[in-house]
Ligand binder design. Structure first.
Ligand code: C5P
Length: 396
């Protein structure tokens, strides 16, 4: 998988029931070629023993800031040597400490003294997670540049159900590796459209489609991981904004077009992922249309093609299109790529992709067709961006 060989990770455990998952996480990180040094809070030792983690990592587990062998400097020495500190599980209490810059044990002191990225995997009861105090602390940590992985929702150790479960070890290992990627897109500005558009018929009705926005948001997240500056022009979706992206919320294709026109001059790459409605109602009504027994005919007029407009600019950014087809994928995708004069087009089967968590993109470029193996949309997004980086490298 990703190029994370020889990365040095300090894996910090705090006192929650999810600490048992940290043993598997340590194992998976090591399997990916990382060096793992575990540090545990006093509370964490009530849930899992240092012996377990020592056996898995082959390194003595650090538990105290008063360890004489480290000359009281473990917090400085370890955080200087680390490529990242990962706190998994991160309890509500430890998150509160981090948000306030407290440093009253080895792990919190290391976090404050670090000069490397901090990644945390929250784990707690759903009411603790939803409490405004925790949400304030999380918002503060995000603003401080801390990467927050999860939590997930589901059945909790306390028997309740909701948000607060720590992500599974496999997911965390994957996300940690991804966040340690070389920043190939640092300084690159990416403009993306995502989600459906909503074309109003009247005050309460409209024409839209089943696009969830998941693919576009996954590309935004993958681009952020690679250090890009991301502007995401999004139609209405139920997704939360990828941390670090500039999000411009729009409704209709016309709004989306205006937003793209405003931001395109500054962008190096444009990716049109949105399922833009092909037509809008010629004359939408400001008031709700009243029901009657007569037939009602709506006149539809074509929407502007945003991607074709961008690709035809005198000095266009590197343009990438998407095509959701229900049949003849290759033929239609290639037709679309040529018609819109795109260096790259990602195609998928609409019936498989729309609203789903997984996808199976086929990339079409001047060299031909490249099939990506089926995976979740974030993995697809990462592969797509690697392909874009390769093609842009060839152009320059
Ligand atoms: O709808 P179509 O299959 O032509 O979409 C192909 C690509 O064009 C997609 O990337 C889509 O985001 C973009 N598009 C657009 N504006 C439209 C229609 C499509 O940007 N009005």
């Amino acid at each position: 998988m990703e190029q994370t060989n020889s990365k040095r990770i300090v894996l910090g455990l705090t006192g929650g029931i999810a600490a048992y998952k940290a043993a598997e996480l340590a194992r998976l990180l090591i399997k990916q070629g990382m060096e793992v040094q575990v540090a545990m809070t006093e509370a964490a030792r009530h849930f899992i023993t240092p012996a377990t983690l020592q056996a898995l990592t082959g390194k003595a587990v650090l538990t105290s800031q008063w360890d004489e062998a480290q000359n009281g400097m473990a917090h400085i020495n370890l955080s200087r040597a680390a490529d990242a500190i990962v706190i998994a599980p991160a309890t509500a209490d430890f998150i509160a400490k981090l948000a306030h810059g407290q440093a009253n044990d080895l792990l919190s002191t290391m976090c404050l003294a670090r000069n490397c990225p901090l990644i945390i995997a929250p784990a707690m009861n759903r009411q603790m997670w939803e409490h405004p105090a925790t949400q304030r602390n999380i918002a503060q940590l995000k603003a401080d540049g801390v990467t927050i992985l999860g939590p997930d929702s589901g059945l909790q150790a306390c028997g309740e159900e909701g948000m607060g479960r720590m992500l599974e070890a496999e997911q965390l290992a994957h996300d940690i590796a991804a966040s340690l990627q070389p920043k190939f897109l640092a300084g690159t500005k990416i403009l993306l459209t995502a989600g459906p558009t909503y074309e109003a018929i009247d005050a309460v009705r409209g024409i839209t489609n089943r696009s969830s926005g998941k693919m576009g948001y996954a590309i935004a997240q993958a681009a952020l991981e690679l250090g890009a500056q991301v502007t995401l022009v999004s139609g209405p979706t139920a997704l939360s904004c990828p941390q670090g992206a500039q999000v411009v919320n729009v409704s209709s294709a016309a709004d989306m077009f205006e937003a793209v026109k405003q931001h395109v001059a500054a962008s190096d790459i444009f990716i049109g992922v949105a399922a833009v409605a092909d037509y809008r109602v010629a004359q939408s009504s400001a008031q709700k249309i009243k029901k009657s027994d007569a037939n009602l005919t709506l006149e539809l007029v074509p929407n502007p093609d945003i991607l074709a407009y961008v690709a035809a600019l005198p000095r266009p950014p590197f343009c990438v299109g998407f095509a959701a087809e229900s049949e003849n994928l290759k033929e239609y995708a290639e037709q679309k790529r040529r018609a819109k004069k795109l260096p790259l087009l990602a195609a998928n089967l609409a019936q498989q992709a729309i609203g789903a968590d997984d996808n199976e993109l086929v990339l079409f470029d001047d060299a031909g067709e490249h099939k990506l193996p089926s995976s979740n949309k974030l993995t697809q997004a990462r592969a797509l961006l690697q392909h874009i980086i390769k093609l842009r490298g060839k152009q320059s």
